[in-house]
Design a protein around this ligand. Structure first.
Ligand code: DGL
Length: 383
């Protein structure tokens, strides 16, 4: 991805802003790059082999220095997380950036995003109202898209939830913070009501402690953590309602598609042990519906690009400010856990800075996985 020479004016050629706490949001970026539901020439619904957002460019932010977002609620810091989410959105809307972690004043220049995609379930669980309020105060009509409503609509569409559906269960694997927020269960209940579904629908939330973090740093423990959480979810349900089939498990954390193969194998093993999984059981990744929603909003507001190209896209990852006192930093320059979760809202102190993405920020295994699972994104990041 290249750096932009100057800020571009507010226009439909402005980029789509996407953020996550780390690399998980790349699974959403991939869908933004390949969603194809519309014929681009006629504007009519129906795929035409050309991605709907192929003329768009993107600005991606991974707030890696402040992750895991999923741990702030348990540390009693969900207000601090909300502040981080708003900062992420403001970064995408800003026209400058720090070229290096050492810079005191941001001297880099970038275009302002024309729409904000919150490609992080935990951020969507806690922060979208603050982002919406901020955007309303600017008053230029910039929209925000989150992943949770998209995930719920995708799930209920895919399981074919209807007014007369028989009882069924839906699992949600997410960070502990997303589960603690209750956002998925609330959204599922609201959507069931809106669709007039009368059936007894069980929602089984599983807070997967440590999983996003393990995936982010390429830890070999990630597969075992993923499997044990899926097994725990299914067995908890089997103990309470063995005759109600689980029709779907929502991958309610953008990092989790990276362990999809492991989860598929675990499903086969659970089936062999008679677990209550529906014959047409599926995992649901909210990313596709999120991308479709982003396209719909841009189209409805007349903000689709006509000429921009993805190779003018930019990516940033946050890093700890190296000028922080040494007791706040680990030996490899990251925020210590105590400092990270000890910070309070309302401070203007700079503790982390988004800086341009460089390939070295991900380990080799992690980057290989990005290449294998997210080819369009990997090619964008390699430019
Ligand atoms: N990828 C994020 C999500 O979708 C969260 C990971 C984290 O805990 O930072 O929830």
């Amino acid at each position: 991805m290249t750096a932009c020479a100057c800020a571009c004016a507010w226009a439909d050629e402005a980029p789509i802003g996407v953020f996550d706490s780390g690399l998980g949001g790349l699974t959403v970026l991939e869908r933004l790059l390949d969603v194809d539901q519309v014929n681009n020439a006629t504007g009519l619904y129906g795929p035409d082999g050309v991605p709907d957002l192929s003329r768009e460019r993107f600005v991606y932010l991974g707030d890696q220095a402040n992750m895991p977002y999923g741990d702030y609620a348990a540390e009693g810091k969900s207000d601090y997380l909300r502040e981080l989410v708003l900062k992420d959105a403001k970064f995408l809307l800003a026209t400058n950036y720090y070229r290096t972690a050492e810079e005191r004043t941001p001297s880099g220049c970038k275009p302002r995003a024309k729409i904000i995609v919150i490609a992080c379930n935990t951020a969507t669980a806690w922060g979208p109202d603050d982002v919406r309020k901020y955007l309303a105060s600017i008053g230029d009509g910039t929209k925000v898209v989150g992943v949770i409503e998209a995930g719920v609509r995708a799930t209920l569409d895919q399981v074919g939830a209807k007014a007369d559906s028989a009882p069924f269960a839906v699992g949600v694997m997410a960070t502990p913070g997303t589960i603690a927020s209750g956002a998925y269960e609330r959204t599922i209940r609201a959507e069931l009501k809106a669709r007039g579904v009368k059936a007894d629908v069980r929602v089984i939330g599983q807070g997967c402690a440590g999983l996003a973090d393990a995936i982010e740093c390429g830890s070999p423990a990630a597969d075992a953590i993923a499997k044990s959480n899926l097994v725990a979810l299914v067995e908890r349900h089997r103990a309470s309602a063995p005759s109600v089939p689980i029709k779907a498990v929502i991958l309610g954390c953008t990092h989790f598609p990276f362990v999809q193969d492991t989860l598929n194998r675990a499903v086969a093993e659970l089936r062999a042990k008679g677990a209550p999984l529906a014959a047409d059981f599926r995992f649901v990744d909210p990313a596709f519906y999120t991308a479709a929603e982003c396209h719909r909003l841009l189209r409805e507001t007349g903000r689709l690009s006509t000429s921009a190209k993805p190779d003018a896209s930019l990516a940033f990852l946050s890093v700890a400010d190296p000028s922080l006192p040494s007791e706040c930093l680990t030996a490899d320059g990251q925020l210590t856990r105590a400092f990270k979760y000890g910070r309070n809202t309302g401070s203007c102190a700079v503790t982390t800075k988004p800086v341009p993405f460089t390939r070295e920020r991900f380990g080799d295994d992690v980057f290989r996985n990005v290449g294998r699972l997210l080819p369009r994104t990997a090619s964008l990041l390699s430019r």
